[in-house]
Design a protein. Structure first.
Length: 156
């Protein structure tokens, strides 16, 4: 049986990405007319790494930034989300090995400033990291959000 690849290996495996594809068929009703960027995992990680302490970025900001870089209309929400999770898990592997400079995945939020419960440690661990950087995290039912997150979002 083949050995399971680490998240760091998955992060480095760009296959034939990035690529820009024409939006066709049923996807035009969801995404409109134009082109969609399917980013490389390492590109998503690089944007996540660029967010300084005390600042935040949303997954949609990452999509927009990468789409603009490649001249596409939009960035693929599915692959960008998957690759952000791979980057977070790779950071968790790095941290487990004692590395100090890891991808600050906790600074990447979902739409509306929501914390991503799929990131390492879950909501409570992400909340602790964000509050340590000066953010106020509030809970709404089972979901958590950074209060006034827009003020801290990195422009670019």
């Amino acid at each position: 049986m083949a050995r399971k690849r680490t998240y760091r290996e998955k992060l480095q495996d760009s296959k034939d990405l990035p690529k820009v594809e024409k939006i066709e068929g049923k996807l035009t009703t969801r995404w409109g007319i134009g082109t969609v960027l399917i980013p490389a995992p390492i590109e998503v990680d690089a944007v996540m790494r660029s967010v300084p302490k005390g600042k935040l970025i949303t997954i949609n900001d990452i999509r927009c930034r990468l789409a603009k870089k490649h001249g596409a209309t939009i960035g693929c929400p599915i692959t960008t989300g998957i690759f952000s999770l791979i980057a977070a898990r790779a950071a968790e592997e790095d941290e487990a090995e004692g590395k100090k400079r890891i991808t600050p995945y906790w600074r990447t939020l979902k739409v509306g400033g929501e914390l991503n419960p799929k990131y390492p440690g879950g909501l409570e661990a992400i909340k602790v990291r964000l509050e340590a950087e000066g953010h106020k995290v509030i809970q709404k039912r089972k979901r958590m959000f950074v209060l006034d997150f827009e003020r801290a979002v990195v422009k670019g």
